[in-house]
Design a protein. Structure first.
Length: 255
């Protein structure tokens, strides 16, 4: 069931979203050559703690997961698409990093992700990241009353496919509110004009995931969480929590 939020509740969700934005910004600033993924997780934990927020990621265990998620961010490097577990891997020159973070504050959740490079970037990585951000912007622009979920999916997918990138099959965005994953699902590809009709008060996490090699295939690591490209090509992930309002989309996880 899709839960509609009031304007006041959306304002409260914005407070959680600001915490997410600060945590992502802090992790990105800390992401230098030689810094470990576990250290980036520690940076995000400090931001959450300082804001009086908790993590919807930490301890989360969906049906597919063999163990609860052990961190407050997902840190996915190079050919890892999403759900990377922060470990002792130290960032190298030219790495492509995706950080996904959530925050729960006052009973409401915010969820966002950003991709960036460390050290000297590869031009191909910059194009991949720029396309992920463009796909996210297109999806957000389609999140208006009267449209349907399929219009968001079509907007995201068109940008990705036109650029020649793959989209991990079966993964996409979702509703957000009192919990991290609510109805409706928000695919990253699909025909326009279909699916749930968008109404003011709906809050959605829109999150394009792109595979540079053009395939949609992925494999899961032995940790049961990390999704990785099967062809070894790089991946990028971009995400915002967005409220559908009568005045247009409102990005709740913007800086």
């Amino acid at each position: 069931m899709v839960e509609l939020k009031t304007n006041r509740e959306i304002d409260e969700m914005r407070a959680a979203g600001r915490v997410v934005a600060r945590a992502l910004a802090a992790a990105r600033r800390a992401a230098e050559v030689g810094v470990s993924l576990r250290e980036l997780d520690s940076v995000a934990r400090t931001v959450l703690r300082g804001a009086g927020a908790s993590s919807p990621f930490l301890g989360y265990r969906p049906r597919f997961a063999p163990v609860p998620f052990p961190a407050v961010v997902c840190a996915s490097v190079n050919d890892a698409i999403v759900h990377g577990i922060p470990d002792d891997y130290r960032l190298g020159d030219g790495d492509l990093v995706s950080i996904d973070c959530g925050a729960e504050l006052g009973g409401w959740v915010g969820d966002a992700a950003v991709s960036f490079t460390v050290g000297r970037p590869r031009p191909a990585d910059l194009r991949l990241i720029e396309t992920a951000e463009a796909a996210l912007a297109a999806g957000i622009a389609a999140a208006v009353p009267g449209n349907r979920i399929g219009d968001i999916a079509h907007a995201v997918g068109t940008v990705c496919r036109t650029a020649g990138y793959g989209i991990p099959d079966g993964f996409g965005g979702h509703g957000v509110g009192r919990t991290m994953h609510e109805d409706p699902g928000v695919p990253n590809e699909g025909p326009p004009g279909r699916g749930t009709k968008l109404r003011p008060g709906m809050v959605l996490a829109i999150e394009p995931m792109l595979i540079a090699g053009g395939t949609d295939d992925y494999a899961c690591d032995a940790d049961g969480w990390t999704l990785r490209t099967v062809d070894g090509s790089r991946a990028a992930h971009a995400e915002h929590t967005v409220a559908v309002t009568a005045d247009g989309p409102r990005i709740l996880t913007a800086p």
